[in-house]
Design a protein around this ligand. Structure first.
Ligand SMILES: Cc1cc2nc3c(=O)[nH]c(=O)nc-3n(C[C@H](O)[C@H](O)[C@H](O)COP(=O)(O)OP(=O)(O)OC[C@H]3O[C@@H](n4cnc5c(N)ncnc54)[C@H](O)[C@@H]3O)c2cc1C
Length: 388
């Protein structure tokens, strides 16, 4: 630390907010966290925590704990609906061999619990931010009528961020043609499905998931169409989903059959358009508030975690707060924009509704040499932005 530490208010206590607070705390910076929800509930679905997120979490000393509460995958497979293997992802060959971390499938609530347990700061619940005024000397206004001022305000309040207006006014999220279903099934599977992540690429649908360990499997599927913004229960769709995926390769039919209607949720696919800036004055955006992206690269949370580590390092090491925030944006925005572009390409490729295009895509995927995919995977991890 080369100067007095700023006092930081983080708005949003999701994965990004908690990781940012942990990073700041570990670097001796005063931090407060304000979360709109009235409690942390064990709801939500799974997440694939890829090697780049684990590298960032290791900086905060919690990567091993995430591996303990999640399920370390041995490998991954991309398959066609008829069961043909299009591609195997051998995590030992690139991620574990070169970077020391593979992929972990974890329940979102378990990841949040690891972060909360590691944090000394108490998250203030029931604090819904409604606006942030004066970016040069910011004050956060809450729905309960209270206000707080801080040297720096971090908007980690997700894709519908209220803080974003103080940095990039009038930005609307974009709805895309696609609906995603998610759920966690209680199901007992045998090898290799207990340690293998799977994706099945069909015509206009893309489904898969991974075991979270102990007879629990995180499943997702997409289909073309629109759904309301946000996440809503989707038990009514289950009969149709069971029919649709009955002939898909293992373990998809067993997983979809085991889903409880109460544990199936639907969200419309949305993203945040690439923002011109993430920082204005002393207000900075991070996580989905800055770069909410499509889920096809499995990188939204990963990029939020990278944001958190870089932001904490910058704030802890600069005398000049504005310069620290500028460095944060400069380091992080190009990387997140690249990953966002990747998630769009993968989304287009993975959800093509044309049988011809889907057939060509699957054929191409099965013939591209392994070394090309290894190079792409290596770059994903090697490009992880850590500044310490
Ligand atoms: C279908 C799907 C699958 C995904 N799979 C993966 C995956 O496998 N791997 C991966 O890395 N990412 C994945 N993601 C992306 C990942 O879920 C998000 O990128 C990640 O949760 C972003 O974290 P965040 O903390 O920025 O936002 P959020 O998780 O949305 O957290 C925001 C927090 O802020 C709070 N909040 C909201 N508004 C306010 C307010 N006004 N005031 C105060 N608090 C507020 C919310 O209650 C919440 O706690 C997936 C996303 C989807 C939709």
């Amino acid at each position: 630390m080369s100067g007095p530490s700023p006092d930081v208010a983080v708005v949003g206590g999701g994965i990004c907010g908690l990781t940012t607070a942990l990073g700041l705390e570990r670097r001796g910076v005063d931090v407060r966290v304000y979360e709109a929800a009235s409690a942390y509930r064990p709801v939500g679905a799974g997440l694939l925590v890829q090697a780049n997120s684990l590298l960032a979490l290791a900086e905060l000393g919690v990567a091993e704990r995430v591996k303990e509460v999640g399920n370390c995958l041995r490998d991954g497979a991309i398959r066609a609906p008829d069961g043909t293997d299009l591609r195997t992802i051998d995590l030992d060959r690139v991620e574990r061999a070169e970077f020391g971390h593979g992929f972990v499938a974890v329940h979102r609530a378990d990841l949040q619990r690891v972060l909360l347990d590691a944090l000394d700061t108490t998250v203030e619940l029931d604090k819904e931010c409604v606006s942030v005024t004066d970016a040069a000397d910011p004050t956060v206004a809450f729905a309960d009528g209270t206000r707080v001022s801080a040297d720096v305000v971090v908007g980690a309040d997700g894709i519908d961020s209220a803080v974003r207006d103080a940095v990039a006014p009038d930005v609307e999220t974009r709805a895309l043609d696609g609906v995603v279903y998610r759920g966690v099934a209680d199901v007992s599977l045998s090898d290799p499905h207990t340690t293998r992540g799977v994706e099945v690429w069909g015509d206009g649908t893309y489904t898969g998931g991974a075991s979270l360990g102990e007879d629990s499997f995180y499943w997702f599927a997409t289909r073309p169409g629109r759904a309301a913004a946000g996440t809503e229960p989707a038990g009514d769709a289950l009969p149709g989903l069971r029919e649709r995926y009955a002939s898909f390769p293992d373990p998809i039919p067993a997983v979809v059959n085991a889903l409880d209607p109460e544990d199936v949720f639907r969200s419309g696919l949305r993203d945040v358009p690439s923002l011109d800036r993430w920082v204005r004055g002393r207000v900075a955006l991070a996580g989905d508030a800055a770069h909410g992206m499509l889920p096809f690269a499995g990188q939204g949370a990963a990029q939020s975690i990278e944001d958190a580590v870089v932001l904490a390092d910058s704030l802890a090491s600069y005398y000049d707060t504005e310069a620290a925030l500028e460095e944060y944006e400069c380091v992080r925005k190009p990387r997140a924009d690249r990953v966002r572009a990747e998630s769009h390409v993968l989304g287009r490729v993975g959800t093509s509704q044309s049988g011809v295009v889907a057939g060509l895509r699957n054929r191409l995927f099965s013939v591209v040499p392994d070394r090309v995919f290894r190079r792409l995977r290596r770059r994903r991890v090697a490009d992880t932005t850590l500044t310490a």
